[in-house]
Design a protein around this ligand. Structure first.
Ligand code: GAL
Length: 966
């Protein structure tokens, strides 16, 4: 094709042919799909909320404090300071419990701090030219005394990238991957009631695990887990249905239990199988004894009989409810969605789902979206999957790492087949743990059909590589006897030693010319393309402009190792022995700006752009992949003022039999549909209406239309949904475009638009231009080739969301969206950070009132006890005195202005001294508070509390001690 002469969709071209600006604007919904506006009709209902699978988990996403940059504590400079600094609970600097984070920024999770960074030429190209760096998060957490005795965990579903986590001044986790969950057993560290807990996390996002944008921070969900002392461990239910020889279904259930209590426990595990209507259709029980601080398994089988099958078209889900009963009462419960389906990879005939051949029409995905970076909210993930479903896509490869758990829940529900991929090619224990975690977490999902242990590893053709894969595959098979293992290879397939010999399914990344030869040489080895295509398109551009880093979306350009969308699918489609393919990629992502670099900051590979706006490839794949509905797409748009009379290649993709192209009612000829390669007409441009009529049996079965737009006169806002959940979590993308006087989408507008919103908040903006350096946070964004996107998060509660968009010279757009009263997922309440003095030195008992200056000599860590406030001293037979000492640095405001020190409860009479000055006295011996003003001063401030305890009564610092502003 010779298109180089063609067309630049430059800014403001439409302005040349303004018509009838006085006419009333058409209602947006009416115009959808009829004027080249590429987004679907807004849905009128809320999506189903994601399942709560584990009622013991509560989101821990509010009330975090964030500091960008490292906080390096001074090194201890004396022997004693060193001695103390390495003790449990005594972490220094920002990891210390008493650290002043009062001026840190309040943030909520999921949070990707890199998404707010500017693009810098000096930053890493693969990471999208965004500096990532180091940052800290802290959160204060209060636990109900009723939770004492429970098993308590913290879960972070993903932290980019290297993280060290402290709880109450003790290191509780080092985590070295941004793609696995971190589960922390908080039980031994937990403090209850008035005593607060402090979580501190240092995140080093300079570390790279990928060659794509990986974001930075706590970018997936975070949870507080509270369970009975004898309960199912995290990811501890395995209940993947199996079909017996007799054709009947069974669900083998294994529950792994743990006991954090003080006594061995005998429990019963009960499992119920609920059908899609929630009716119990099978149940079973098994007993287990769980020794103290150990684990035990309970196994049973549910006889599911002839269950409705799970498939891509009908993703029917059942639920396994697994309960732990202690003395007959339920103490723990998990709900696990399951699907009844069989899977099989056949060396000659590809993939079979429920014994039917299903070609994998897949895409590779990174977790990343315009505006939000890697912190993609669940509702946006759901929306992205809907876009893929609308394209006929039935398979997803999670590249090159474990996805977030919610993606798989959605894939189960929506009927996607998933290749679940591990990040690190390494069988050493630290990394094997990550692989084991992945399999344990994901092995119940009907959507998951394949485990991938690596992507493109240079050691794939070596003896060591083979040994590594053997071990990793064995681990996967030990944990999951039902799914095959693959590895995404990019070469070495014919080397005498190579990993294809030790995987169940051969995964080809590219190398399409080798499909046949490999198949001949390995006739019993099933094959799939694990990755292919790597074609380049700029959305809305129909001419490549190398100097401007713009790439035509006529599906002409691809990486040297890849192929166009059409050439690639042709090779996969015609070979039954190739199970299917995974296009690189479904959506654009930040980073990897191949084939360019600076100033390009995002990829060109997507079938949809970074905002999820479709490129021409979207229509091409619809034609390739959709069988049950006639489709037709037409490119380019038809607004080319100044090009009158020039030839424009018109590209049509359809799955019908024939296509008739019409320009302004005039037939331009019928062509037999080439479903793979598409059809093309050379059309002398004339403004008006170009339509492609797709036909079967002589009947029009689908049409695609573009009309020449006039000058833009107004902005338009089109939501994905007309309703949002008022649960404080719901998010949706809103499309911004400009329309002409007749309400038609103008595909050439590149103007800056400004947004205001009430009843919701803008969490990101984008436009799909890989060359744009406009910030992705804020309230303004240029349209790019006619489109921009803002992503809004609804405020909590019932109400109305009002959005408006303005741009110079255009009539503003206004949009209202209803916010429905919806129950919010439970969140752990926010505990405002307060300075507490928790750690004290306590003198031995003394018969006489001591000098308030008395203190153990520096370095004597033995003569005086280390005690925590809230811990009474055992009653003594005779009255006596004790001194409590602590040193603290007041938080900044108190240091500057002075403040108040408050002892919630002191047992005994007391004198309070600060820096050698007496501040207050407590006259009554009965337990009660003591409050005093403290003068300004940054410290360290030295407190001494002299307590005179009466005989036979608890004494000392019985409650919390806080230092606050006045
Ligand atoms: C592949 C690789 C992907 C991506 C792609 C770009 O080799 O697996 O992660 O880099 O190339 O074409």
């Amino acid at each position: 094709m010779h298109r180089r002469q063609l067309l630049a969709g430059g800014a403001g071209l439409g302005a040349l042919i303004a018509t009838h600006p006085q006419r009333a604007l058409a209602a947006p919904a009416k115009r959808l799909g009829h004027d080249g506006f590429p987004m679907p009709q807004p849905a009128r209902t809320l999506p189903q909320p994601l399942l709560v699978q584990d009622p013991s988990r509560t989101l821990l996403e509010r009330g975090w404090r964030f500091h960008e940059g490292d906080v390096v504590p001074p090194m201890p400079d004396t022997h004693n300071a060193t001695y103390l600094s390495v003790k449990a609970g005594n972490a220094l600097g920002a990891a210390a419990m008493t650290f002043d984070d009062s001026d840190w920024k309040a943030v909520r999770l999921p949070h990707d701090w890199a998404a707010a960074q500017p693009f810098l030429e000096t930053a890493n190209v693969s990471q999208g030219y965004r500096p990532r760096g180091i940052a800290w998060y802290r959160r204060t957490l209060q636990l109900d005394p009723a939770d004492r005795g429970k098993t308590i965990e913290l879960h972070f579903d993903g932290i980019a990238t290297n993280a060290t986590i402290w709880v109450n001044g003790s290191t509780v986790a080092h985590n070295w991957s941004g793609y696995n969950s971190v589960h922390i057993d908080l039980t031994p560290f937990a403090r209850f009631g008035d005593e607060t807990n402090v979580i501190a996390i240092r995140v080093d996002a300079n570390a790279m695990e990928g060659w794509w944008y990986e974001g930075a921070g706590l970018y997936r969900h975070a949870w507080l887990v509270r369970r009975a002392p004898v309960a199912i461990v995290t990811d501890g239910v395995h209940c993947d249905p199996r079909k017996g020889e007799d054709g009947r279904w069974q669900v083998p259930v294994t529950a792994t239990l743990a006991n954090t209590g003080r006594d061995p426990a005998s429990v019963t595990v009960e499992a119920l199988l609920l059908d899609p209507d929630g009716k119990t259709v099978a149940s079973g029980r098994a007993d287990a004894s769980v020794p103290v601080l150990q684990q035990a398994e309970a196994t049973l089988k549910l006889d599911a009989g002839n269950s409705q099958l799970w498939s891509v078209e009908t993703p029917t889900l059942y639920t396994v409810v697994t309960r732990v009963l202690r003395d007959g009462s339920p103490v723990d419960e998990r709900r696990t969605p399951v699907g009844f389906r069989t899977i099989r990879f056949d060396a000659d005939r590809g993939f079979f789902l429920n014994d039917q051949p299903v070609k994998l029409k897949g895409v590779c995905l990174h977790q990343d979206h315009a505006g939000v970076g890697v912190a993609v909210p669940d509702a946006l993930i759901a929306w992205r999957l809907e876009r893929l479903k609308a394209m006929g896509c039935n398979a997803i490869r999670c590249t090159h790492n474990a996805p977030n758990a919610e993606l798989l829940d959605l894939c189960d529900r929506m009927g996607f087949l998933v290749m679940d991929e591990n990040r690190h090619f390494n069988p050493a224990p630290d990394y094997m743990e990550q692989l084991e975690w992945l399999v344990r977490r994901d092995r119940n999902h009907p959507s998951v059909i394949l485990w991938s242990v690596f992507n493109e590893e240079p050691m794939q053709g070596t003896e060591a590589g083979v040994e590594m894969v053997r071990r990793m595959a064995a681990t996967v098979h030990r944990l999951d006897g039902a799914r095959p293992v693959t590895a995404a290879m990019n070469g070495s397939f014919y080397d005498p030693v190579n990993v294809s010999t030790v995987v169940d399914v051969m995964g080809f990344n590219y190398y399409q010319a080798d499909y046949d030869r490999f198949h001949q040489l390995n006739p019993t080895k099933p094959i799939t393309s694990s990755e292919d295509t790597s074609a380049f398109e700029t959305r809305g551009a129909y001419e490549s402009i190398p100097a401007g880093h713009v790439i035509t979306s006529y599906d002409e350009e691809a990486a040297s190792w890849g192929g166009t969308h059409r050439d690639t699918w042709r090779e996969i489609a015609k070979r039954p022995f190739v199970a299917g393919g995974f296009v690189w990629t479904g959506f654009d992502y930040h980073g990897e700006p191949t084939p360019y670099d600076w100033p390009t900051i995002a990829s060109f590979f997507g079938i949809l752009d970074l905002c999820g706006f479709p490129k021409t490839a979207f229509d091409i794949h619809r034609a390739h992949w959709i069988d049950d509905e006639a489709v037709v797409g037409i490119a380019p748009h038809w607004t080319w003022p100044g090009r009158e009379g020039q030839t424009i290649p018109v590209f049509v993709s359809s799955n019908a039999e024939t296509v008739l192209l019409r320009l302004n009612g005039r037939d331009l000829g019928v062509q037999k549909v080439d479903r793979i390669m598409g059809n093309e007409w050379q059309v002398p441009y004339q403004p008006g209406r170009i339509e492609a009529l797709a036909m079967r049996g002589g009947k029009v079965v689908a049409t695609a239309v573009h009309e020449t737009a006039g000058a833009p006169v107004a902005l338009r806002l089109t939501p994905a949904r007309t309703v949002m959940a008022g649960d404080g979590e719901d998010v949706q993308p809103i499309t911004v475009d400009a329309i002409d006087a007749r309400g038609r989408h103008v595909p050439t507008v590149n103007q800056m638009a400004q947004f205001t919103v009430e009843g919701a908040e803008i969490i990101g903006v984008g436009n799909g231009d890989p060359n744009s350096h406009e910030p992705e946070h804020g309230d303004r964004r240029s349209l790019f080739n006619g489109l921009a996107q803002l992503i809004v998060r609804a405020a909590p509660g019932k109400g109305t969301i009002t959005l408006s968009a303005t741009a110079d010279g255009l009539k503003p757009a206004r949009l209202t969206i209803s916010r429905l009263a919806t129950q919010a997922p439970p969140q752990v309440p926010v505990t405002p950070p307060t300075m507490t003095i928790g750690e004290w030195r306590r003198s031995p008992a003394m018969a006489e009132r001591p000098d308030p200056a008395i203190a153990p000599p520096d370095g004597d860590n033995n003569s005086w006890a280390f005690v925590r406030s809230g811990t009474p001293t055992r009653p003594e037979a005779s009255a006596g005195w004790r001194v409590y000492r602590a040193a603290f640095r007041p938080w900044k405001r108190v240091g500057a202005e002075g403040g108040t020190i408050r002892f919630d409860s002191i047992g005994g009479t007391a004198e309070l001294w600060l820096d050698g000055q007496k501040l207050a006295t407590k006259a009554s011996a009965a337990p009660g508070p003591l409050v005093a003003d403290i003068p300004a001063g940054t410290g360290p401030r030295r407190v001494a509390l002299l307590v005179s305890a009466p005989a036979n009564s608890p004494s000392g610092i019985l409650g919390k001690v806080t230092v606050t502003t006045r």
